[in-house]
Design a protein around this ligand. Sequence first.
Ligand code: SF4
Ligand code: SF4
Ligand code: FES
Length: 668
Amino acid sequence: MPKIVIDNLEVEVPAGTNVLEAAKKLGIVIPHFCYHQALGAVGACRLCAMKFVEGPVKGIQMSCMIPAQDGMVVSTVDGEAQRMRELVIEWLMINHPHDCPVCDEGGECLLQDYTIAGGHGLRRYKGKKRTFLNQYLGPYIEHEMNRCIECYRCSRFYQEYAGGTDLGPMGSAGRVYFGRFEEGSLESPYSGNLVDICPTGVYTDKTARYRGRYWDYDMAPSVCPGCGLGCGIIPVARFRELLKIVARRNDAVNGFFICDRGRFDKSVNDPHRPRTPLVDGRETGWDEALDAVAARLLDVVREHGPEAVAVIGSPRMSLEGNLAVAALASHLGVAPCFFATAGEAERAEAVVAALTPEIAVSLKELQSTALVIIYESDMMEEGPMAALAIRQAWRRGTKVVASRSPVERLPFPVEEIDHVAEICGAAGCATQVIVCGTATNTATTIAGVAKMGTKVLYLLPAANSFGAALLSREHKAVSLEERAASGKLRAVVSFEADLPPEIAATVPVLAVADWTATVAVRSAEARSPAVVLPVAAFTESDGTWISAEGRAQRSMRVMRPGIPVAETLRTKMPEADPERAARVIMRQVDARDELGRELPPVFHPPRDFRSSPPGGDPLPAWRVISELLRRFGGEPIVEPLTGKWETLRNLDPEGEGVRVLADTEGSR
Ligand code: SF4
Ligand code: SF4
Ligand code: FES
């Protein structure tokens, strides 16, 4: 480990670490644009200058390009180095528009930060600026090429890191254009990362433009609900509306990036979301709705016995919600359900039974394996970020083979094989990983894969499939399908579950708690007797999620539930252009003067004085269940994570999470 001195402070870093990173370790952050930890250094922007005073390299150098070596003495505050950095910023700003106050990237722009930090405030250049035409890049990403500083981060990410072929640099010298050969939607399923990785505002999230500044946003660390991989995200909200999602760095899972499915899902804002409790299609308050559910379930239990009631949790609900489901079911004297179909339950439980600490791998570990075997999985559907991790392994020379899997969309070349057993074991199993899909594989196959002597990454469909399966085994749950097959089912109370439509339509007593407008919610809204209980979405409550590799992670509440202000305005101004209505979110409508004359709209929030936001009824599912428990004479739930789950209460939501495998799982 080389030791170097930077600004009179000694630091020891792993061999290969560049001087820019070594300085960071000392808390000295030197402006840099082209260097990125995930992409490496190319020395393109010339901004990270430091003065090398002693050692094998001397003079002003780009610190990102020099690996730390014993004997180096470096200064970041040397006048020559500082002047170099000032001049680089100035020359980058020659062509950059001077429009930060009205730029949609303003407030979250590295170029803006470093320009201000470097003290460049006066424009000396009097000539014409270089300009480009922008391209239409699809519905998600806005292109504004005049802002480019030619750091090459976008093309290095898009082409080298993610394997995309439809965006790159074109041109030469001072006129390099970063875009597509022709206009059109970006093809890479990881294209949204351009928004995060561009240090200025060339690529911005089209779905969130001009909706707020960085300091207006509500943000919190969270976990992506898009599949079972548990990538780190930061949802960004304002006025009860999810504006955008950006990647949260988690080195053990997704690194710096996320896939487009996770980034652009805005179902939290769905105007058709259930927002108010309904009893038999009629809007009501919480007390009446909960009383109705309790009374109806008790009637069924009295008349037909507890086995006529199904209490249903869900793989897309947090651990807290599912633990509460188990408590409610136990109070009623029935086995809980966590999965709709028997097949889904069997496969997820088979994963939980098979995955041991010895064979489990993280996405980070997947990147440094010697051989990857993809077995019966459509990876771009089941776990897009696992495919991106495999691409990084392939770039380092890892061989990738696939059996019974579609390979056309994978961002790396694959050799197709017939039988996994043929290749497995041939080159030292400890460095091999089987990536096993669970959408079509049987429970027997899933169990068999764990015995191949390799490491295994199972891909599960939902953010908490693993957690639901852990509870399913522990509480001897049965699937809803099996409960229905008994012919005794008379009542269903479900929490964030995807009920089969035929059960939602025919079960005599139905209560559906969800935050999204599922088929079951629609069914419960339209029929009687049925109750709809609106619950908080993942952005509206804290929660714990266990990913497909058995990693428990905490997500924090980002915003309070309620109809977004922009949505309120859209309904109040149906004739207005929705884009404009969304942008002028401060506009008061229907205002009249004392003579009743209509006043022109003004920029102010609607003057509705109320103690809670409109549509702010949803509660976290576990709180709804706690209220039901109380009505059944049980103990309300004060803290859902108790007993062996208690240790998860203090999980750092900004950390990497912890594995929850055989140690925590009591039934094994
Ligand atoms: S578009 Fe952004 S990321 Fe790409 S080279 Fe220009 S400034 Fe860098
Ligand atoms: S791979 Fe899955 S968990 Fe990760 S960002 Fe994409 S959808 Fe979300
Ligand atoms: S960060 Fe070192 S040259 Fe760009």
